[in-house]
Design a protein around this ligand. Structure first.
Ligand code: IMP
Ligand code: MG
Length: 177
């Protein structure tokens, strides 16, 4: 697996430091209010697991799996492959994802939770690729902004592989089918 990595973009040490920094910012923002943290499966699970262990407030944790828009320019609804188990109505909701790319997924998920009457919704992403955005959406908490490069590791996959790399890396051209 390691032989498919062209270069390490964000090291394990940098990840640990950034997660601590994000947790501090989130803790300050919510000022002790109870929170519902919702991770987008599967990509966000590793980041979310690290992040919530650094949050001191009372929180509930759930996840949702939605279909991606790969290959389409669809603008409307998302297809929910596996829904939340917890209600979000009346709750402070923090959506956690691995990366904000075009913004289609997070825009649709946020709208979906607004329809379910969440009290307020904020978004935390580990990575942001602002140059790729097609939807009008920004994250409230961002780990790193990166260039338009395809990255793997720390939950991010290429063809469902490499999620278990402990750092963020750039994949070698030869490994891309
Ligand atoms: P969006 O709806 O275009 O913002 O897509 C976000 C999703 O695309 C992320 O949750 C990832 O699953 C996937 N994605 C976008 N960029 C990358 C990347 O560089 N590496 C791996 N997955 C990516
Ligand atoms: Mg993915």
């Amino acid at each position: 697996m390691k032989e498919d990595v062209e270069k390490v973009l964000i090291s394990e040490e940098e990840i640990v430091a950034k997660v601590a920094q994000l947790a501090e910012a989130i803790t300050e923002t919510y000022n002790g209010e109870p929170l519902t943290v919702i991770a987008l499966s599967n990509g966000a699970l590793i980041f979310a697991a690290d992040l919530i262990r650094r949050l001191p407030m009372r929180l509930q944790f759930d996840n949702i799996m939605v279909s991606s828009y790969q290959g389409t320019e669809s603008t409307g609804k998302i297809k929910i492959l596996s829904d939340l188990k917890l209600p979000v109505a009346g709750r402070h909701v923090l959506i956690v994802d691995d990366i904000l790319d075009t913004g289609r997924t997070l825009k649709a998920v946020k709208d979906n939770f607004l329809d379910r009457n969440a009290l307020d919704i904020k978004i935390c992403v580990f990575l942001d690729k602002p140059s790729r955005r097609v939807k009008d959406i920004t994250a409230d908490f961002i780990g790193f902004s990166i260039d338009d490069e395809f990255v793997i590791g720390y939950g991010l996959d290429y063809d469902e592989m490499y999620r278990n790399l402990p750092y963020i890396g750039v994949i070698k051209q030869e490994a891309v089918k």
